[in-house]
Design a binder for this molecule. Structure first.
Ligand code: FMN
Length: 249
């Protein structure tokens, strides 16, 4: 299979059908037991490419993916995932990691890798001047605190962005985009005929140490991936009634 890169322009000549989309979304379930069948490398690559097409804040792509397939490391990672069946049986585990700390380097990359010949002035201004104001928190978070104070006053008169104003808010910032990439990854696996289970049940200290993760990286989820085994789905899918959670104002 030829894995199209994220930077290949999409084919917009035919629309995906709603039925196919629904099949992918409805077919995705959290699978707790997998068969031993491996996920082919091209499938994994394609799913990761599709994951990376998730919408993300300022296109700063604050995520990284750590793919674990070697039996020894995988067994140790499964143990750090509290020995969950999904982790123990999956042929692949993927740590989906949010990076609140890469925005400065990624802003430079966004400029260097702009996909058209001419870099629009507004884009250059955004990544060189606006993003640093928006995302810097300064030593001890002091710049963030100053931005928050200024926001309180200016915000009395007009709408202003209310953050991110601290290193903790940067963690939320990075985690939002990374969670969207995780969802793309799970849907892409389903579209390829594979399954997944997102897990937050893990010992983050152990996962971090085991995978030698970057110091400021946050493990948003560990995804188990593979083919569902016969009894891999534990119960029927259900959700609360739409009326209780959706509010048309
Ligand atoms: C952030 C997050 C963390 C989760 N952690 C776990 C987990 O540690 N173990 C597990 O078996 N399922 C985990 N799940 C799966 C949920 O239990 C599952 O999505 C939910 O019950 C709905 O079922 P469905 O995904 O099959 O629709 C997690 C899901 C999310 C989104």
């Amino acid at each position: 299979m030829n894995v199209p890169s994220t930077n290949t322009p999409p084919d917009l000549t035919s629309n995906p059908t709603l039925d196919e989309f629904r099949k992918v979304v409805r077919g995705r379930r959290s699978v707790r037991r997998f068969t031993a069948e491996p996920v082919p490398a091209e499938v994994l690559d394609d799913c990761l490419e599709l994951a990376m097409l998730a919408p993300n804040s300022s296109n700063l792509q604050p995520w990284e993916f750590f793919v674990v397939q070697t039996p020894d490391l995988k067994a140790r990672l499964a143990a750090a995932c509290l020995g969950q069946n999904a982790a123990k049986t999956a042929p692949v585990l993927i740590a989906v990691v949010a990076r609140p700390d890469t925005w400065r380097r990624h802003a430079r990359m966004a400029l260097a890798q702009w996909p058209e010949q001419k870099l629009p002035d507004i884009v250059e201004k955004y990544y060189t001047r606006i993003a640093p104001i928006h995302y810097s928190q300064g030593p001890f978070g002091l710049f963030g605190a100053a931005k928050k104070t200024a926001g309180l006053f200016v915000g009395l008169a007009r709408p202003v962005p209310r953050g991110p104003y601290s290193p903790n808010e940067m963690k939320i910032w990075a985690t939002k985009s990374t969670a969207l990439a995780a969802e793309n990854l799970m849907l892409a696996l389903r579209a390829h005929g594979y399954d997944s289970c997102p897990m937050e049940g893990f010992d983050e200290c152990r996962v971090r140490r085991l995978l030698k993760l970057p110091k400021k990286g946050l493990v948003t989820m560990v995804l188990a991936a593979g083919k569902r085994s016969e009894k891999g789905v534990y119960n029927r899918q259900y959700r609360f009634a739409r009326e209780s959670l959706v509010h048309y104002l």
